[in-house]
Design a protein around this ligand. Sequence first.
Ligand code: 2AM
Length: 188
Amino acid sequence: MNVVGKPDGARVFFALSPGERCRRRLFAVANDFAARLGGRPMPKETLHLTLVFVGEVGLDRLPGLRAAAGEVAQATAGGSVVLNRLHHHPAGKMLWAASEHCSPPLGALAEGLRRSLLARGFTLEARPFVAHVTLLRRLTVRPPAGDLDALKNVPIRWRYRDFVLLRSRSGPGGSVYEPLGAWTLGGN
Ligand code: 2AM
């Protein structure tokens, strides 16, 4: 409990966590852009693909989050995602790795989690799911158009079999993520 008598809270989200090979490639792209154009690359260990951003919840609601995750994991198969596009977001000063076409099984996993959380009374943003991995923040320079084709001919193929619940905390060097749970997808 905190001083105002409310349960302590955590800022949480569900995500896919890349395997080592995929993580290395994503980090290499982030570093390459940062070296040439500036910005702050996401630390290698924090790279992830958000499935559902839940936001601030009381710690007493973690069992509900875990129940939703368990239900969805059982009912949903693993799959793969092909990251073949880089996107620059000038407003957010971010560089993303993303898919030209969102894989339907990945969309179904994100949607399944979303529905299960809503059914358990969690409040979620209406923002549509866009599969992406943020590589670089604080990028103030517009990358040359050709640079954004870096993954076109050598896409990153990411096979996922599980997903995680992460707690985000602000640190001096940016956000740090603490794993609160991991679930293996069924049907593999
Ligand atoms: P981003 O990388 O595009 O910023 C933790 O913040 C993760 O949740 C990030 O992957 C972030 O996406 C995503 N996210 C989605 N909605 C968010 C929100 N309203 N606030 C913070 N992060 C959000």
